[in-house]
Design a protein around this ligand. Structure first.
Ligand code: ADP
Ligand code: NI
Length: 218
């Protein structure tokens, strides 16, 4: 029987191999940062840290964005891995349900998490979507998908369904209004809320500078 620490180490090694060198901002180092964020947030919450860490490590292994919108791939891959590691059935189910619920689904939709562990992981993932790293990841993703940086004639849309949100091919700057600037107000924990404020201000400064340069004002 492996210990929890051994299972976490094996899971980290498995994910690192799987996602190393990924070029859209969903690489191993995204997972590493989310894992660290999750541990930091969990330290202030009453949660099962083992579940939090497993879900943080496995949350992007089969992301719908890279599987034609299929949301079942991620939880399925996580389940296969956890069963292989002999993780208990209940723990496996909890981790997989967190992974299934985690994703942002559009400005006009809710992405509530059922458990406190899920809320910690969602906050940790969302912190990595904002601030300087969030900006870098958004443009990496846009480049990966062949999107324009900005196109003033295409206005942001506050999507009312996950289907609409998933099928958008809008320029990357729109993503700030469609998701990134909304995340500060949707954090669950006090720890993440505080960090989000600083990161949010940084994105606002970036956008101000971007438009000023676009107009040739600076
Ligand atoms: P989620 O599951 O909530 O989508 P992820 O960790 O899988 O969270 O990745 C979300 C990140 O992917 C975003 O924060 C952003 O960096 C990038 N991304 C996703 N969709 C877009 C988009 N349409 N334009 C630019 N970046 C995007
Ligand atoms: Ni993620």
């Amino acid at each position: 029987m492996k210990t929890e620490q051994e299972i976490l180490a094996a899971t980290a090694a498995y994910v690192e191999v799987l996602l190393s060198g990924e070029g859209s901002g969903h690489d191993w180092w995204h997972i590493y940062r989310v894992w660290n964020n999750a541990k930091m947030i969990a330290a202030q919450e009453q949660v099962n840290l083992y579940i939090v860490e497993l879900a943080a490590l496995l949350h992007d292994i089969g992301d719908h964005k890279f599987h034609n919108g299929d949301e079942t791939v991620g939880p399925r891959m996580a389940r296969d891995w956890l069963l292989k590691c002999n993780v208990g059935v209940e723990e496996t189910a909890h981790v997989c349900s967190i992974i299934g619920e985690l994703s942002f689904k559009g400005a006009g939709t809710s992405s509530e998490m059922k458990s406190p562990e899920g809320r910690v992981v969602q906050d940790a993932d969302r912190l990595d979507a904002i601030g300087a790293i969030g900006i870098a990841r958004a443009f990496a993703y846009g480049g990966h998908k062949g999107r324009e940086l900005h196109n003033p004639s295409i206005k942001p849309v506050l999507h009312n369904s996950f289907g609409q949100y998933k099928s958008s091919t809008a320029p990357t700057l729109n993503h700030f209004y469609e998701k990134l600037l909304l995340l500060k107000g949707r954090m669950h924990t006090e720890t993440a809320r505080k960090l989000a404020e600083e990161r949010h201000r940084y994105m606002e400064g970036f956008l101000k500078q971007f438009y000023a340069e676009w107009e040739g004002k600076i």
